[in-house]
Write a protein that binds this ligand. Structure first.
Ligand code: AMP
Length: 409
């Protein structure tokens, strides 16, 4: 878990702002849900999911409730839906931290930040397309270019079950040709062998029956419609039959956004899919759902790699230097801030030289200097710090107009 210091924290906030602007303009409202939920909310995600079995920060609270810090937010959205029964389609977005006890490394942290959307209560393949298109546009607005969209369909639950059985048969027949890790994964969740990075497993998986052979007519059509929708919006994608994704609740459409500049183990910038059974599993009515979650930490790494989204905080308009004791700085700063200017000042009544050094370091456009002569004359000195302009002495009463560029000449 990390501290995010200024100015890096400004990029984090801006990341959220860009996201909120985008999704609110598409009809999504924010769901603010608790960081802690009943453990059961997350175990519904799937007993064969590492996120649930190995990586959760769970504990028993003082009231003997078994709770967990959220490892992701889709389950919370579905829990909230089951609890409040809003009208559908329910289009919500979220942003905030999640917690997973993973091995920390570049792009993988124990507390990490996600933004995401979910649409509950609609089956239309064009909802899947809307959701994917929003994520695509978000990356575009950040300035990222080296992002690849991969999609797959896991079919209906029955299709998926038949496929998993056929896959299990194929993998079991391969026996020792699988890596040791692959054999362990097979006993827990055969699907996860499909995205194994081990060379031996990849060779075995290459000969496995393709999932598309198991699609029912409805699932096949749904997937075709999703692809046609993406094409209609000119969003490039690749169908990746081996894409399974970490969480067990997905059915039909799944997708992932991969960053070309990141290590392959951490190259998923975000992803999502359809989870038509999750609301029901959490005690709600049968409700289809689809959404995505994008990781902030990793996406910002990709932005740094591509040299984009280098947002800096707004520079200060002025830095007030007062060598008459500090009272002038107190009132001037307050007046300028009240006028909407970004202003800082020095404290502790230090020397002119020391205060000017801080002013320079602050990155402010101007130093506003008050010495004994200025105080007596009702003037201030305005010194440009970031350009070659000349230093001026002006009446204090015209300072705001001068700094905002609204003075009459
Ligand atoms: P998931 O909820 O596992 O589908 O993850 C969605 C996105 O969240 C990933 O593509 C990552 O960008 C991000 N993410 C997931 N786990 C972590 C982690 N431990 N550290 C940083 N980012 C993560």
């Amino acid at each position: 878990m990390r501290d995010i210091l200024p100015p890096e924290s400004a990029r984090w906030r801006r990341f959220g702002e860009v996201f909120v602007e985008l999704v609110e303009a598409a009809g999504y409202g924010q769901l603010i849900s608790p960081l802690l939920e009943d453990l059961g909310v997350f175990t519904r995600i799937g007993e064969a999911t590492d996120v649930v079995t190995k990586e959760m920060y769970d504990f028993v609270d003082k009231g003997d409730r078994h709770v967990a810090l959220r490892p992701e937010m889709t389950a919370s959205v579905c829990r909230a839906f089951a609890q409040h029964r809003p009208t559908t389609p329910w289009k919500v977005y979220y942003l905030g931290p999640n917690f997973r006890y993973e091995k920390p490394q570049r792009g993988r942290y124990r507390q990490f930040e996600q933004v995401g959307v979910e649409v509950l209560g609609g089956d239309d393949p064009y909802i899947d397309v809307e959701v994917i298109a929003l994520a695509w546009e978000f990356y575009r607005r950040l300035g990222l270019r080296q992002v690849t969209l991969v999609v797959n369909s896991l079919g209906e639950p029955d299709d998926r079950a038949r496929f998993v059985e056929a896959l299990r048969g194929h993998l079991e027949a391969a026996g020792d040709a699988l890596s040791e890790q692959g054999r362990t994964t097979l006993t827990r969740n055969p699907l996860r062998v499909l995205d194994s990075r081990h060379g031996d497993d990849k060779a075995v998986v290459a000969g496995a029956p393709p999932i598309a052979d198991f699609y029912s007519e409805g699932a096949a059509r749904h997937f075709e419609d999703v692809q046609a929708g993406l094409q209609a919006l000119d969003i490039p994608f690749r169908v990746e039959p081996g894409l399974v994704r970490g969480l067990d609740y997905y059915r039909r459409t799944i997708f992932e956004f991969q960053g070309a500049t990141l290590d392959s183990a951490q190259n998923a910038l975000g992803g999502g899919g359809r989870y038509d059974g999750l609301v029901e599993a959490l005690g709600g009515p049968p409700t289809p759902g689809v959404g995505f979650a994008l990781g902030l930490d990793r996406t910002l790494l990709a932005c740094a790699d591509e040299g984009v989204f280098d947002c800096r905080p707004r520079p200060l308009d002025a830095f007030v230097v007062d060598v008459t004791g500090g009272r002038e700085a107190l009132t001037l700063t307050a007046e300028l801030r009240a006028a909407g200017l970004a202003v800082d000042r020095a404290f502790d009544n230090r020397s002119m030289k020391a205060q000017m050094k801080v002013a320079d370091r602050s990155g402010a456009e101007h130093a506003v200097i008050v010495g004994d002569d200025e105080l007596a004359a009702g003037t201030v000195v305005v010194k440009p710090l970031r350009s070659d302009g000349t230093q001026l002495t002006i009446p204090r009463s015209t300072l705001i107009a001068h700094l905002t560029g609204t003075e009459t000449r």
